[in-house]
Design a protein around this ligand. Sequence first.
Ligand SMILES: Cc1cc2nc3c(=O)[nH]c(=O)nc-3n(C[C@H](O)[C@H](O)[C@H](O)COP(=O)(O)OP(=O)(O)OC[C@H]3O[C@@H](n4cnc5c(N)ncnc54)[C@H](O)[C@@H]3O)c2cc1C
Length: 437
Amino acid sequence: MRRKCVIIGGGLAGLSAGVCLAKAGVEVEVFESSPKPGGRAYSFREPSMDDVIDNGQHIMMGCYTETLRFLQTIGATNKLLFQESLQVDFVDKKLGMTPLKTGKSFYPFNLLKGLLSYKALKFSERLEIIGLFSKLPFLRDYSLAGMTILEWLRKEGQSTATIKAFWEILSVGALNTDPARASASLFASILKKMFLHGNSASTIILPKVGLSELFCESAIKFISSNGGSIRLSEPVKEVEIIDGAAKKILLGKRQLSDFDFVISAVPYYSFTRIFPDAFVKSLELENMPYSSIISLNIWLKENPFKGRFYGLVDSPVHWVFNHGKFITTVISNADEISGRSKDDLQELIIGELEEYFPQFQRGFICGVKLIKEKRATFVPLPHVLSRRPDTVSKVKNLFLAGDWTQTGLPATIEGAVQSGHNAARAGINYLKNTPGI
Ligand SMILES: Cc1cc2nc3c(=O)[nH]c(=O)nc-3n(C[C@H](O)[C@H](O)[C@H](O)COP(=O)(O)OP(=O)(O)OC[C@H]3O[C@@H](n4cnc5c(N)ncnc54)[C@H](O)[C@@H]3O)c2cc1C
């Protein structure tokens, strides 16, 4: 008889777990509360402009190995745009374009060459950055315990200019949090993943299609063609745990008990609602705050942008992505301004575009769509990270996934997919070790 797994949550953690299990011959049933799959990474047709847009621009990197494996399995890697080597077109208000490019020469000398020619900083400041990079291979996690990124950078003698024009861009981009709050240890560990693992690890990968087409359509097809199913608009209300095992799943109008194991792939704030209090308490979780991301999509009658994407140095607008007919501007770590009105935010963003890109004129604009994602990513506070729960729980047939679980990564696509794969592998092991069920 086929073994069955119920997955709660159809975001990237749930879908990647489902694909991994379906591939291994396990019957999968995914329950998703929303009418659409994808969770925090989805796309939709914007009716006013008749274009598909994402709920927020997502970038991936060459070091997203689990994500690339997932996309390979579902046959979607042809929907990605890969860089051959790292290139980010940074724009400085005074200096104009100051690209950071590593080129194709021998790794890691290409990285060194790229940093040495990064013109947004003085030569002595570039050497400061290289000095810290050279310490990365020898850095031990415990030496950064409890420290924030800013405390670490200051301790390492990084100047304000270096922090503003380099470290802050990297850390806000990767962790969506002010460096004065985010964990230094998590930041150092992703710097190692990005910059100490060969040339391709630090390259940027962009979707060529909408996120739903990239991740969800092919994943759902894969799961369905392997005998599984995805139930949309069907929230799980409660999971009953009896004698150390998940026994029953309560849905709106029905309940399930015909499963061997369960994967929870919901975010932290849903997890604490659907599982029994005693179990949640036993995990000793810390309250997990979230931070927001604001995106303004701007359609243009005339597009003056030549590059694929730009990073803005010392601006409230962090990134500009060029999609041809429209551009997407991104403000990360946006809690402080997310309460401002649509007109206010639009004015702020358009004003920055005019200052940073002299070739841009507001007269080119023919449509806009503002998206505020209030709970985009969890805030990686040092004391919260040590309380992220492991995949394997005290409940023998329950495995935990989701970007907030203990992956060693920030809230990212890679964290979500890695957590999904970990939970699927743990479930398969559970089946192997309990043949009697
Ligand atoms: C605007 C924005 C930009 C981002 N940019 C990037 C980026 O550039 N690069 C990057 O790597 N990451 C980025 N991220 C982060 C990334 O999108 C997330 O880390 C990832 O999608 C989280 O996936 P998940 O499956 O863990 O959680 P979620 O996507 O939150 O999925 C959980 C799912 O569970 C469902 N659910 C909740 N409760 C229940 C219930 N009771 N029953 C059934 N279903 C339930 C939810 O509806 C949801 O679909 C960005 C996020 C946002 C919002």
